[in-house]
Design a protein around this ligand. Structure first.
Ligand code: DGJ
Length: 724
């Protein structure tokens, strides 16, 4: 058995016969195989604060007793992969139908296959030749435990899966159960919700073919007493960008489990003899220290183990969409590019409208060559000029889509999702190309790679603007439903191949705003478009919910025009920038209409952002106070010795603002010096404070003073000057 050093983040260690522990720096996840002679189950013995090594075996000694009623299986709720079979009547994570309609899965444990930092527990349904691999991985330097499932049909007849989740997690017994999750819609993504977890099954799902706007695939559960700074929180998150389902099951007997996986109710997966299937990863995190600590642990994990380029500072970008809509011309883009460069913008992205016959949303999608009327000589001159202005070049694409009014659709009508005898319903006048097809993927990879090379593109904004409908794949026969999985994997493959061929390329994931934000797409993208709603006040609530799982360096945020084109709300330039500066700053306004004063102020704000960028993009986030967008609030980032605070107050009428802003996550004994401040009277630049004072007494901010206009905001930076 391995010997653990307290500070060491370990991976999977054997504990006894058929028992293993995933041990992280702060947590232990203990699981093992149990057989009662008849039935085999892989059970979770423990998930919580890290146990001493000597305690691991004792924690796996007795299972929690449950009611002895003959209606209940006393052992039904602590399984890592409850199957539809035997005496189980809870929600199954694996549901298979064998030849002849047999639906009771009976698995027997055959072996454990260890790998680096992971283990596969192999179970088999011998009668029907189904092999199930239950994988647990725990990388060093993260508190997140990762799991997935593989199934292989080693039998002679097909098997059909009604459900194949990545795995179930058991939340240890609590006095009460409360969940935190996000819901939303277009232009109002990632709205936080928190409520008691009802007895029953609470399901969050997407049936759209994408991650979706209505929910995001994660849940946090606590005992009802966690706060931002304290309390135990268990999170489960799914790394998948297609349809999905996550169900928190709260049984009347008290237990709470969370099962999550790809696919929604309805479609089922057909596995012919010799075929196999791997689920996406489902990730679990135990943390103590409230929602704040849970979020920071997720951010750390995303940066360390998910993102392809975590250490790179994201450039300040300009995007033309809100300025021009579809009215993209060389002269118009060049005018914007000149103004953007003067502000200090580093990346210039041309959005929708540059290709085919695309002058509105009803034609041209699929015809990925420069619009001959608008760019008779191609895009070379535009992007050469962009580079001459000192910026890199980026382009908007929507590879999975086609307008019926396009050359592509006229020549390849069979490439879209469809059933032969059903309508082909459009949304935003477009149909979905079937990325499960090899020829479609090869076509997409070809033209995307060609564009990147021809124009020397540093950046693609990969958009996806509609849900699936009539999701048929006529050539695929029994495998047709697999398109729900293989379309998403096809998108991943094309992105991965593009990056392989073009190592300098960076990709932004977008789906009508924030419809494709998840731990799956973030493995091959560098940031995501958070929402089409760029109204600074609305955006604060969106960013707040977003920050629960995803770090600031993936949160693309633009400062745009006032009044905002979506909400007509007027918000000062400074407030708009300060909100966008809480993530990866971009500018999306019509710069030709900004006054000289506004442009000068914007230039200063871009420079200020660049100075704090490493701290925001790579630092530890503390959500300090308030209800963002509705009352006084502040966010703080800490990286090494540097501390950055962005404070906001949208309403002068809110007279209940806190008198002082208390910082967090500092060294209490160390001394911090104010480097940048607008609070000349109360926290002047050069003034020094102990970490303890800043955290326990706090600073007085002009932004939070009860008297003053609407939409006040400020940036404060401190630096640790004397260590404790
Ligand atoms: C939806 C995106 O979210 C917008 O930012 C923009 O790119 C449009 N699509 C373009 O059609």
């Amino acid at each position: 058995m391995n010997t653990l050093r307290p500070e060491q983040s370990m991976s999977i260690i054997p504990v006894g016969e058929h028992t293993w522990a995933a041990v992280t720096a702060t947590s232990t996840y203990l699981f093992g195989v149990e057989t009662d002679g008849e039935d085999t189950r892989v059970v979770q013995w423990y998930w919580g604060p890290r146990l001493p090594e000597a305690a691991l075996a004792e924690a796996a000694r007795f299972r929690t007793p449950r009611s002895g009623s003959s209606f209940l299986d006393p052992r039904a709720t602590d399984e890592l992969l409850p199957v539809d079979g035997g005496r189980r009547s809870g929600l199954p994570s694996l549901q298979a139908t064998y030849e002849g309609g047999v639906r009771s899965v009976e698995l027997a444990f055959t072996e454990a296959v260890p790998g680096p930092g992971e283990i596969e527990l192999v179970l088999r349904d011998k009668t029907y030749g189904l092999r199930v691999g239950l994988h647990v991985r725990c990388a060093e330097d993260t508190d997140v435990v990762e799991r997935w499932v593989t199934v292989a049909n080693e039998g002679t007849a097909a098997v059909r899966f009604g459900r194949l989740d990545s795995g179930s997690w058991i939340v240890p017994e609590q006095r009460a159960y409360r969940y935190t999750a996000v819901y939303g819609g277009w232009a109002r993504e990632t709205q936080l919700q928190r409520a008691e977890l009802p007895v029953g099954e609470t399901t969050f799902t997407s049936r759209t073919g994408t991650t979706g706007h209505r929910a995001n695939p994660w849940i946090m559960i606590d005992a009802g007493d966690a706060t931002e700074e304290s309390g135990e929180v268990w999170t489960v998150a799914l790394a998948w960008s297609g349809s999905w389902r996550l169900t928190a099951q709260h049984l009347p007997e008290g237990d709470v489990t969370v099962t999550a996986g790809f696919g929604h109710d309805g479609p089922s997966w057909h596995l012919a003899p010799g075929e196999s299937l791997r689920t996406p990863a489902v990730l679990g995190l135990y943390s103590d220290g409230g929602y704040g600590a849970a979020s920071r642990a997720w951010h750390h994990h995303v940066r360390r183990h998910v993102l392809p380029t975590p250490e790179e500072d994201r450039p300040v970008l300009y995007n033309s969409w809100e300025a021009t809509g579809f009215d993209v011309t060389e002269a118009g883009q060049l005018e914007l590019a000149g103004k953007a460069a003067a502000l200090g913008v580093e990346l210039f992205v041309v959005d929708d409208g540059w290709f085919g016959a695309r002058d509105c949303d009803s034609r041209g999608l699929g015809d990925w060559w420069p619009n001959p009327a608008r760019f008779p000589d191609g895009l070379t001159r535009l992007f050469t000029e962009v580079r001459a202005l000192g910026m890199t070049a980026g382009l908007w694409v929507e590879p999975e889509m086609v307008n019926p009014d396009s050359d592509l659709y006229r020549s390849r009508p069979d490439w879209v999702l469809h059933y032969p005898d059903r309508r082909r319903d459009t949304m935003r006048n477009q149909l979905v190309l079937n990325f499960a097809r090899d020829d479609v993927r090869a076509w997409a990879t070809g033209w995307l790679d060609g564009l990147v090379r021809e124009y020397g593109l540093a950046y693609l904004k990969w958009d996806m603007n509609r849900n699936f409908s009539q999701a048929g794949w006529p050539d695929a026969g029994d495998r047709a439903d697999m398109l729900w999985i293989e379309h998403t994997r096809g998108v991943y493959d094309v992105m991965d191949e593009l990056r392989r061929r073009n190592p300098g390329l960076r990709i932004e994931s977008c789906s009508g705003g924030g419809g494709r934000v998840d731990l799956g797409v973030l493995r091959r993208t560098d940031l995501v478009w958070t929402s089409d709603n760029t109204d600074a006040r609305d955006r604060q609530a969106i960013q707040h919910g977003f920050s629960y799982l995803y770090p600031a360096n993936v949160m693309s945020a633009w400062a745009t025009d006032s009044p905002n084109p979506h909400t007509r709300r007027e918000v000062p330039l400074r407030y708009r920038f300060h909100v966008a500066m809480a993530g990866t700053l971009g500018i999306g306004g019509d710069l030709t209409r900004w006054s000289a004063e506004e442009l000068a102020e914007a230039r200063d704000l871009v420079a200020a952002y660049k100075a704090i960028r490493p701290v925001v993009q790579r630092g530890r986030l503390h959500r300090l106070a308030g209800v963002p967008g509705r009352a006084a609030s502040a966010v703080q980032y800490v990286l090494d010795d540097r501390v950055v605070v962005l404070a906001y107050n949208p309403f002068s009428l809110d007279k209940r603002t806190p008198g002082r802003l208390r910082l967090a996550g500092l060294d209490p004994q160390a001394v911090y010096e104010v480097v940048t401040s607008e609070a000349a009277a109360t926290a002047p630049e050069g003034s020094r404070w102990h970490g303890r004072t800043l955290m326990s007494l706090g600073l007085i901010l002009p932004t939070w003073s009860p008297d003053g206009p609407d939409y006040r905001s400020e940036l404060l930076e401190l630096r640790r000057v004397e260590a404790s």
